[in-house]
Design a binder for this molecule. Structure first.
Ligand code: TRH
Length: 386
């Protein structure tokens, strides 16, 4: 057990392999940036696909094999890299989402004294078993002195918490308090400002999401709805749906295609909208920090495990709600993920929004009472594991 000032580890290597979509790069980037900017760590983010990160952070050069952004050294992780003879190894090694640290690097870790600390940052889940697995050690089968620790993000004090940048909620509050700032966001992002009294909705989902059915419900709304559609499945589906409507038009619904936004700008979209439809892991967390009602589509897997994740989170998220709100959230989320039955639940959800808005705020405040994931991970690496 190493403790005390000499235990503070300054050099961190974070490994990320982009499976698909954006979340792997999105989460790993937030982690690396927090370690560098908020904890003064010397961080290298080894990323196999910098082009994916460049979509989230336009300052990133997709073609570069080595660059520095926001205090993070971003290195392209490819065959033979890192070259441990040249690049050395860090004091703390974080592999994200079980991406497996490269073999030669692990061998160099085993040969180094003191041994580097080694953490596997897992996927986010609200399931009960996570608390029992968080922070558990797993000795390496080949290199006995090496122990990998499993670090689970989560929603309770017995997990590693959620990534929350310093000052995030203050920046959100300042944005949400100032109509001028919100208006400027809409003009810069969509070229227009949704009129007062309209319901603003952001849509981000997988190809499988029933976008057309939801847009149909919104078109029939008794109040105006403005839907922001970041470039991708949502905007493609909306374009096809509007074409299919032909002369009937889009009713109470106004479609607002917007570019795929830089991460920090996407936060602002979530902060200004009244309802956010999100997916995966990172936008799911960002919608909770926006403290607005939201709908979540977990990453769908062939074995249906996403239903278990959905149910586990719904259990926690609706636990403090009254029956009407809990029923409205559960009904719409299940219909959204099932891909059917939206017409019978959308109205109930829209009618419950005032109560859902205060529930979203309470939920966010409850999460914000816990230390953020980066703070917890640094404490874990510097003061808990050898
Ligand atoms: O893109 P995703 O589906 O990523 C997924 C999940 O992370 C999932 O857990 C993982 O198993 C799979 O990848 C491999 O959804 P997610 O996690 O919300 O990541 C999207 C990122 O894109 C997030 O950081 C927000 C960001 N984003 C923008 O920066 N601008 C935008 O305009 C939009 C719509 C999203």
């Amino acid at each position: 057990m190493v403790s005390g000032p000499d235990a503070v580890a300054g050099r961190w290597d974070v490994f990320c392999r982009v499976v698909d979509n954006f979340g792997d790069a999105g989460v790993s980037w937030r982690l690396a940036r927090g370690l560098a900017l908020e904890h003064g760590k010397r961080v290298r983010l080894w990323l196999d696909d910098p082009a994916t990160l460049a979509r989230l952070r336009p300052e990133v050069d997709p073609a570069s094999s080595s660059q520095a952004v926001d205090g993070v050294e971003i290195r392209k992780w490819s065959a033979g890299l890192p070259d441990v003879a040249v690049d050395g190894i860090a004091d703390v090694v974080v592999e994200t989402f079980g991406c497996d640290t490269p073999g030669p690097y692990v061998e160099a870790m085993a040969a180094r004294s003191p041994r580097p600390r080694w953490v596997n940052l897992e996927y986010l889940s609200a399931e009960d078993w996570v608390e029992g697995c968080h922070a558990l050690p797993s000795p390496h089968p080949r290199f006995a002195p090496l122990t990998r620790h499993f670090f689970f993000p989560g929603f309770t004090s017995r997990t590693g918490g959620l990534i929350r940048e310093a000052g995030l909620l203050h920046r959100r509050d300042a944005f949400q308090r100032d109509p001028q700032i919100e208006a400027r966001f809409w003009v810069e992002t969509a070229g227009c400002i949704p009129p007062p009294g309209s319901l603003k909705v952001s849509l981000f989902g997988y190809e499988s999401a029933p976008f057309a059915a939801l847009l149909e419900c919104m078109a029939a709304s008794s109040t105006p709805i403005w839907a922001a559609l970041p470039a991708g499945p949502a905007s493609n589906a909306a374009e096809a749906w509007a074409r299919s409507r032909g002369a009937a038009g889009t009713g109470a619904l106004t479609l607002l295609p917007v570019p795929f936004l830089p991460q920090d700008r996407y936060d602002e979209l979530l902060w200004t909208c009244d309802v956010n439809i999100v997916r995966g892991e990172d936008s799911f967390v960002r919608a909770q920090w926006a403290s607005r009602p939201f709908v979540w589509q977990p990453y769908p897997t062939a074995d249906g495990a996403h239903w278990v994740k959905l149910g586990a989170f719904l259990g926690r998220y609706t636990g403090g709600m009254d029956r009407r709100c809990a029923g409205a959230v559960t009904g719409l989320w299940e219909a959204w993920n099932r891909g059917e039955g939206l017409d019978s639940v959308w109205q109930g959800f829209a009618a419950a929004l005032p109560g859902l808005r205060s529930s979203a705020r309470q939920w966010c405040d409850r999460l914000a009472a816990q230390p953020g994931l980066v703070d917890q991970l640094v404490d874990f690496a510097d003061h808990v594991i050898a």
